[in-house]
Design a protein around this ligand. Structure first.
Ligand code: UD1
Ligand code: MG
Length: 462
């Protein structure tokens, strides 16, 4: 049976006090609308219609996917009016699932159950019982307030004091038989407290048409919480992060404090991984067995192999290209790995060392204050403090190749393109612009001169 999805995302989000459309604000590194689309993606809908209005150009530019279309709602006259804009895009038969673009943590399983409950015949409402239901639309049932037949939804602003005591609320998510929904939408009126076309009025119409109205319950309050303000966004972010942290701990990862980790992407961990406080993981990060991440690291798009240790305040960003850290390597504190940094086994990268687009073979070390860009570094190389590959001539990048067992003395500049042969030593303070032969000492610096009898100038005394 055909399934269509409508996501309402035209609202202004006044309380966000932001120039950015509300559904483009980010939770765990992804926009609110992205979360909703992700949750809906498992349902194999034939078409997903996103209703845009405020900031429509920006929202429409941010998303492209097969079967995804946009319908504009200008001006915004209520949720019923919003769904009316999608009508030309909906199939004639089947089920339509209606979602809110600002309720990001809705679970795919909950949506699946709701669509099943509708089954193309009934009107299925996602409801939840809240200790404080104020502001929400209340579910009106005949007789028993929990088990009675559903008669309608009354918006908070239109509700009587007695109705306001009802704790079962409509979450804003429903699944409806498409053919009937189209008829009901066409009959909506705006004679209510807000002068809006309420989508929720279709419930009473369904009852009048003898269409069965069923409620499906959300599994948690968190999954149906909407975002209207920066405070609510931050609150939901913490709840979501806590959920991710719990899942990691469940899988055996040892977090120093589950309240002080941020995952904005996918973090995959092996066995006996330890993560200290204040770390941020972004994009795709893979940690092997026994990896230890010390406090306050920012780590993005990298694969870190077994037994590696990332010391505090290290920044790793593989960007689109990615980066890798080999087995047993030590990185940081205060190290920076950039795209194309590929560290082999047991490589040491120390404080204030930057590595970009460079490969370091097993056992290579750059421990202090150094830059390696566009370099191929052999096994066991010792790259001295303060040394730099001058890889950029102002127009082009060039490679530096350093053979195995080379010792680069402190404060050297290797002017690329250049090759330093195996086992060579570069004397400290050398600026090397020609390739250095294997096995020899190459020194490029002025000879020391000592002048006996030289006198330092002295100030004239008055
Ligand atoms: C709606 C429900 C209410 C429910 C609550 C759950 C109606 C009439 N009421 O109320 O029963 O308890 O959600 O959160 O549906 N939007 C548009 N165009 C519009 C108006 C809204 O696209 O003209 C979008 C908003 O951007 C938002 C969603 O629809 O994503 C819900 O709108 P909102 O104004 O927040 O509805 P509520 O008044 O909270
Ligand atoms: Mg409203």
């Amino acid at each position: 049976m055909a399934l269509d999805i409508v996501i309402m995302a035209a609202g202004k989000g006044t309380r966000m006090k932001s120039a950015r459309p509300k559904v483009l604000h980010r939770l765990a590194g992804r926009s609110l609308l992205q979360h909703v689309l992700q949750a809906a993606s498992g349902l194999n809908a034939q078409r997903t219609v996103v209703i845009t209005g405020h900031g429509a150009d920006q929202v429409e530019a941010a998303f492209q996917a097969p079967n995804l279309v946009f319908a504009r709602q200008e001006p915004q006259l209520g949720t019923g009016h919003a769904v009316q804009q999608a009508v030309p895009q909906l199939h004639d038969e089947g089920t339509t699932l209606i979602l809110n673009g600002d309720v990001p943590l809705i679970e795919p399983e909950t949506l699946r159950k709701l669509v099943q409950a509708c089954d193309g015949k009934s009107l299925a409402l996602l409801t939840v019982v809240l200790p404080d239901p104020s502001g929400y639309g209340r579910v009106i049932r005949s007789g028993d307030p929990v088990g009675g037949t559903i008669e309608g939804i009354v918006e908070h602003k239109d509700a009587s004091p007695q109705q306001r005591r009802i704790q079962e609320i409509y979450t804003g998510v429903m699944a409806a038989p498409t053919a009937q929904l189209k008829r009901w939408l066409a009959a909506l009126k705006n004679d209510n407290a807000q002068r809006e076309y309420y989508l929720t009025d279709v419930v009473a119409m369904a009852v009048a048409d003898h269409v069965h109205v069923v409620a499906s319950h959300a599994t948690s309050e968190t999954e149906v919480l909407g975002i209207n303000s920066p405070a609510q966004l931050a609150d939901l972010e913490r709840r979501y992060q806590r959920r991710l942290a719990d899942a990691l701990m469940e899988a055996g990862v040892r977090l120093a404090d589950p309240a002080r980790i941020d995952i904005r992407g996918e973090l995959t961990c092996g066995q006996d991984v330890e993560i200290d406080v204040g770390c941020v993981f972004e994009g795709r990060v893979t940690l092997g067995n026994n990896v230890r991440i010390a406090s306050h690291c920012v780590i993005r798009n990298v694969s870190i192999a077994d037994d590696a240790v990332i010391h505090s305040f290290t920044h790793i960003d593989g960007e689109a290209q990615g980066a890798s850290v080999g087995k047993g390597s030590l990185v940081g504190p205060f190290a920076r790995l950039r795209p194309g940094a590929e560290l082999g086994e047991e490589v040491h990268i120390g404080n204030f060392v930057e590595v970009k687009n460079s490969t370091l073979a097993k056992g290579a070390k750059a421990n202090h204050l150094a830059y390696l860009g566009d370099a191929t570094v052999g096994e066991r190389v010792n790259y001295g403090a303060g040394s730099i590959t001058a890889n950029y001539d102002g127009a082009n990048k060039h490679r530096t190749v350093i053979g195995a067992d080379v010792h680069i003395g402190s404060n050297s500049v290797l002017v690329a393109p250049i090759t330093v042969g195996e086992g060579a030593t570069i004397g400290a303070g050398s600026t090397v612009s020609k390739s250095a032969p294997a096995g020899q000492l190459t020194v490029v610096r002025a000879k020391a001169v000592s002048l006996a009898g030289w006198k330092r100038p002295v100030k004239a005394k008055k």
